[in-house]
Structures are given as C-alpha cells and as structure tokens.
Design a protein around this ligand. Structure first.
Ligand code: ATP
Ligand code: MG
Length: 103
C-alpha cells in the first residue's frame, strides 16, 4: 500500500503522516516514510529529534546541489538517505526519483 499526503500549507500533512506511519508500524506493517516537503520536518513529528532530522535534510540538499549522487535503487535510497524512527518506521528525506523503474 502506498499513501501520499498532500494539502495546503498548515493543513496538517506532517502531523497526519506521522500518526499514520506510526500507527501502521505499530500494527505490524513495514513502513517507509518519505518526506518530500520543501520544508521537511516529518522527522520531528516521527520522533527522531532535531539533530537527526537536520542531518537528513542536509543530505538531500547535497543531492539537490549535485554534491552527492542519487541512489541507484530503492534499497540503496532507503539505506543511504534513511534513518530508523520510533515504532519501526524507516524515514528518508527525498527529492525525486531519477529514472524510476516501472511499478
Ligand atoms: N487534527 C489536528 N487538530 C488540531 N491541530 C492540528 C491537527 N493536525 C495538525 N494540527 C496542528 O496544525 C499545525 C500544522 O500542522 P502540520 O505541521 O502537520 O501541517 P502541515 O500541512 O504539515 O504544514 P506545512 O505546510 O507548514 O508543512 C500544527 O501546529 C499542528 O500541531
Ligand atoms: Mg509539514
């Protein structure tokens, strides 16, 4: 199952995403949370803390500025750009998928 959360500024996207992710993970689902927001603070709501959230943001900035290479596969993306959050959620701060495989 893939769930995308979108909406106007300040409408509750981040809060809803974090609650959904943690609730699904507590229920036994394998959850990967991808923060694509221009102001990525899902890490705070998921409970990884300010410092770790900032570390993920800095990694995405390096990618956007061409200082770092895109991950070649999904597994590598989750590994390189991700961090473990409470309740077993894996969080990654991402920009876009380059050359996505079908599906
Ligand atoms: N269901 C809710 N009831 C009351 N307040 C809420 C609810 N969901 C979120 N909020 C509050 O609304 C504010 C905005 O929530 P949130 O940061 O999740 O929105 P957002 O859409 O991610 O915002 P942004 O566009 O800035 O990223 C926060 O202060 C949050 O605590
Ligand atoms: Mg938000």
């Amino acid at each position: 199952m893939r769930v995308a959360v979108v909406g106007k500024g300040g409408s509750g996207k981040t809060t809803t995403s974090a609650i959904l992710a943690r609730s699904l993970a507590r229920g036994g689902a394998r959850v990967v949370a991808l923060d694509c927001d221009t102001n990525p603070n899902l890490g705070i709501s998921l409970g990884v803390g300010d410092e770790e959230t900032e570390r993920l943001v800095v990694m995405r900035e390096a990618l956007d500025e061409g200082e770092s290479e895109h991950a070649p596969s999904w597994d590598s993306l989750i590994d390189r750009f991700g961090t473990d959050a409470p309740d077993g959620v894996r969080l990654a701060v991402v920009s876009r998928i380059e050359d996505p495989e079908p599906g």
